[in-house]
Design a binder for this molecule. Structure first.
Ligand SMILES: [Zn+2]
Ligand SMILES: [Zn+2]
Length: 376
């Protein structure tokens, strides 16, 4: 597995360009004896493994894409591609699922069907949605679904499993404010969109503080304001942009409604108009309570209950496995990538997946299948 992982690490590919990686995955699955479906969600791959006669079906998912980052590491398996890097550990995720597939295909000590889902383009390009749009769960139905992401700073040999919401849903917004351009010295002849944008940015602070319930968790950040080119010209328009995060569809809807109401209402009150474009790119990642319980039990059998963190903090970042978990109940597990030198954060140019975690992740998937689809 270490050789596979380092080979994938050395040849990182960006979202929907994972041709080498997905071919490597597909040919390995075929060599293990799985039925292989290429091109599910463009560069995605699904491997099907059946044993016995039970109609029970499980889905296991890994992601395959890299990031547009210049790698700073100098070890032998560093990226061979300028400006591309496996900085989120998806090389490790893919390898752990391949390891489980090889073991389960060789032993077949279970009764049912396992769908091995290798997803492209997790890093914001919509790989999960592409697989869903390609009929992923109609073609490969699953009773339950599991995936895994490495976590730096969590020791190797530890897992973290949280029931319920785990990672935020996230989106971006653009607000275009249209006023009326004028001479900077004669504001009475125009409608100043800069002052309207400033009022909107201030008023948007009330969404989290006054609209979202205090026990919920949400973020509304205005991260850019653009308007005007000259000292003596009141411009015709101004633009605001930013990001929003929340842990439930209900709060996401509430935020979307409030941002629209505030932007258009404040603009109208000041004699201008505002157009709001708010796009949710990620759903909140929500683990099914009983599937989380099951996943945590499997982890505890592997490493001991004391090494399974059951109440890790919420993660404000987003993950597109969330869209799959909205269709099929399941659980997303964090696997320790190590502390100290191995504690380098994901998306950092010095990051590397920790190969010592590979057998633990593969064993988690294998034991999960043999337990859930236990032969009678
Ligand atoms: Zn990432
Ligand atoms: Zn990732």
């Amino acid at each position: 597995m270490t050789a596979w992982r380092q080979d994938i690490h050395a040849h990182p590919e960006l979202g929907f360009q994972e041709t080498r990686t997905s071919e490597l995955v597909a040919s390995k699955l075929e060599s293990f004896g799985l039925e292989v479906h290429r091109g599910v969600g463009r560069t995605g791959v699904v491997g099907v493994l059946r044993a016995g006669r039970s109609p029970r079906k499980l889905g296991l998912r890994a992601d395959m894409d890299a990031l547009p980052i210049q790698e700073a590491n100098t070890f032998a398996h560093r990226s061979r591609h300028d400006g591309r890097m496996h900085a989120c550990g998806h090389d490790g995720h893919t390898t752990m699922l391949l390891g489980a597939a090889k073991y389960l295909a060789a032993t077949r000590a279970f009764d049912g069907t396992v769908h091995f889902i290798f997803q492209p383009a997790e890093e914001g390009l919509g790989g999960a949605q592409a697989m869903l749009a390609d009929g992923l769960f109609e073609r490969f139905p699953c009773d339950a679904l599991f995936g895994m992401h490495n976590r730096p700073s969590l020791p190797v040999g530890s897992f973290a499993v949280r029931a319920g919401p785990m990672m935020a849903g996230g989106g971006f917004f653009d607000i275009k404010v249209t006023g009326k351009g004028a001479h900077g010295a004669r504001p009475e002849t125009g409608v100043d969109p800069v002052i309207v944008a400033a009022h909107i940015a201030t008023a948007l602070q009330t969404v989290v503080s006054r609209n979202v319930a205090p026990v919920e968790t949400a973020v509304v950040s205005v991260t850019r304001i653009q308007g005007g080119d000259a000292y003596n010209v009141i411009p015709q328009s101004a633009l605001l942009g930013g990001t929003v995060r929340a842990f439930s569809r209900k709060v996401m809807d509430q935020i979307g409604e409030a941002v629209r109401r505030i932007a258009t209402g404040v603009a109208a009150g000041l004699g201008a108009s505002a157009e709001v474009d708010l796009r949710w790119g990620f759903a909140p990642t929500v683990n099914d309570a009983s599937e989380a319980e099951f996943a945590a039990r499997i982890c505890a059998e592997l490493v001991g209950a004391e090494r399974v963190e059951r109440h890790p903090p919420l993660i404000m970042a987003s993950e597109d496995f969330s869209f799959m978990l909205e269709k099929v109940p399941g659980c997303y597990v964090n696997i320790g990538n190590g502390e100290g030198e191995s504690g380098c954060e994901v998306h950092n140019p010095g990051y590397d997946f920790n190969d010592r975690a590979l057998p633990l992740g593969a064993a988690f998937f294998a034991r999960l299948v043999e337990t859930r689809l236990a032969a009678a």
